[in-house]
Design a protein around this ligand. Structure first.
Ligand code: MSP
Length: 517
């Protein structure tokens, strides 16, 4: 069985999650579910980034011990993921004792190899981004070029990792592996950065006298490990590097690291070089998605414009008749359909409701509800395949879906896959209107009526499979309502005609129209 290892970034626990974090994990979950239904052995890793100055400061501000502070924040993330129907396989924490051991072992190995050395350091530090900048990179004197906050000038002795030693290797590697960084625009960004800058060695320690919350450097007790160096290692500790070699060998290298474009440099430059120095394989791809904004400003705690995903899903649950799982699916659908994966998008409640009303209530919900209603009304819910021909009206969109869906999903183009799927939904809705089954019933054209009922139910079953990665609970509800005994979302089952009969158990509409006037 082919393996597929994918990761989300590990989230900082200095604040509660917002919809930007939800977005990354929904992308990962959709990919994980898609790969599972293709029959692959998937491992989806997510987790939390719990060390560093930012977190120490946040805990101090609340007047709580750092350990208690992080534990309570981690709980919030762990509650959020099931609420958004996220099906991760392991939750890694950087405060986890096994992760700490791996980080220390990595540093010892690189130190012995001569890739880590001690030196004096002069730089500007942005606590918000936990990132060092050189004077030349700053904006307006001392402003962080990434987030626009003031940086702090820092002069101290520290330990450095020899990024520069691997620069020419990495440039060549990147040139030969244009798919390493996706989408193309991000590949070009990294390439042009490397063309125009030489890599300076990475400072990987912080003196304890300045910051104490982190993993002690195994080679010098006066220091802790730089939070990014610590955090990136989660991708190997999370699958057992150094303590569960069998699992590690099974899943490494990662097939895809999903990240936001804000953390591209750390993943696309530091991480491959760290792995090369460790003699480990390089991930197959690093995929940077865009940002959700509100009125053109990135959603972030520092901007104070966060949208709380718990509140949003609760609100949708009320508006959609009380089913939280379907409300979470509606939110997932909006995030995945509204923008292309590499692009930025503006979030608004109005846009969310409009999407739900037009696509989920009108198109999908209406198709399922009225189809099952007709099956119940015209033949007591019993639908049999007298003939399994695909109605000619469906052929073009179905063929398009069969041809492109896999490719779009593999490439993370969820929006395009959904475009094709909703085209088919539109086609079946139109087929119902054009066929006018109520006349077939009146005229007692039984054969035609039964063929019609089978065609629409089989169409809905096929749709439920393609929909599953993005809207898993909706897909499940559809198959249950169709009365499918052996519920399955395997992509192999998506073939037209795989079902012989249905025994409809219609429930209330999946997505009622929301009136928020
Ligand atoms: N802890 C680091 C990642 C370490 S990975 C080894 C970090 N954490 S974070 O909590 O600040 O952000 C994690 C991710 O959340 C971002 O990379 C991005 O994927 C996502 N987003 C945060 N804000 C976002 C938006 N406004 N929009 C979309 N995604 C955003 O960085």
């Amino acid at each position: 069985m082919k393996k597929f290892y994918l990761t989300s970034p590990i989230y900082y626990v200095n604040a509660s999650p917002h919809i930007g974090h939800a977005y990354t994990n929904i992308i990962c979950d959709s990919m994980a579910r898609f790969r599972r239904i293709k029959g692959e052995d998937v491992f989806f890793l997510t987790g939390t980034d719990e060390h560093g100055e930012k977190i120490q400061k946040a805990a101090n501000k609340e007047g709580v011990a750092v350990k208690n502070f992080i534990d309570s924040k981690v709980d919030i993330f762990k509650q959020l993921w099931p609420k958004l129907n996220i099906s991760y396989d392991f939750f890694v924490r950087t405060s986890w004792e096994k992760h700490i051991k791996v980080v220390r072992a990595v540093i010892e190995k690189l130190y012995k190899k001569g890739d880590i050395y001690k030196s004096k350091y002069n730089a500007f530090y942005c606590i918000g981004c936990e990132t060092f900048w050189t004077k030349l990179q700053l904006k307006d004197g001392d402003i962080c070029p990434e987030c626009g906050r003031k940086t702090e000038k820092i002069q101290e002795e520290n330990y450095f990792f020899k990024l520069s030693k691997y620069e020419s290797w990495f440039k060549k590697y990147l040139k030969n592996n244009p798919k390493l960084i996706q989408p193309k625009i991000r590949y070009n960004e990294v390439k042009s950065f490397l063309d125009n800058h030489s890599l300076t060695d990475l400072c990987i320690s912080r003196p304890k006298k300045r910051i104490s919350w982190g993993i002690e450097l195994p080679i010098d007790q006066e220091y802790i490990v730089y939070v990014w160096f610590d955090a990136l290692i989660n991708y190997i500790s999370g699958i057992g590097y150094g303590f569960d070699q069998e699992k590690f060998n099974r899943f490494w290298p990662a097939d895809i690291h999903f990240i936001g474009k804000d953390i591209l440099r750390h993943h696309a430059i530091f991480w491959p070089i760290m792995l090369k120095a460790l003699d480990l394989e390089i991930p197959k791809s690093i995929f940077a998605h865009g940002w959700w904004k509100i009125k053109e400003e990135k959603i972030s705690k520092s901007k104070g414009n966060i949208v709380n995903p718990f509140e949003l899903v609760n609100q949708l649950t009320d508006l959609l008749g009380g089913n939280q799982e379907l409300a979470a699916d509606a939110f997932r659908y909006f995030l995945m359909r509204e923008i292309l994966i590499g692009a930025d998008g503006n979030f608004s409640f109005k846009a969310l409701i409009n999407r739900i009303n037009s696509d989920l209530a009108n198109d999908l919900g209406n198709l399922v509800y009225r189809s099952l209603n007709m099956a119940q009304k015209y033949n007591a819910g019993k639908v049999k395949s007298i003939k399994k021909d695909i109605p000619s009206e469906f052929k073009e969109s179905l063929a398009k879906l069969e041809k492109d869906y896999d490719n779009f999903m593999v490439e993370g183009e969820f929006c395009k896959a959904l475009d094709n799927l909703f085209e088919l939904i539109g086609v079946i809705n139109k087929y119902i209107e054009d066929t006018k089954p109520w006349n077939l019933k009146k005229e007692q054209k039984e054969k035609e009526l039964f063929s019609f009922l089978y065609a629409i139910c089989e169409g809905i079953r096929v749709i439920s499979i393609y929909l599953y990665p993005i809207m898993p609970k909706t897909a499940l509800s559809i198959q249950k309502q169709l009365g499918i005994k052996d519920i399955s979302f395997s992509t192999q089952e998506a073939k037209w005609g795989n079902s012989d009969n249905f025994l409809i158990k219609k429930e209330k509409p999946l997505f009622p129209r929301i009136d928020v006037s």
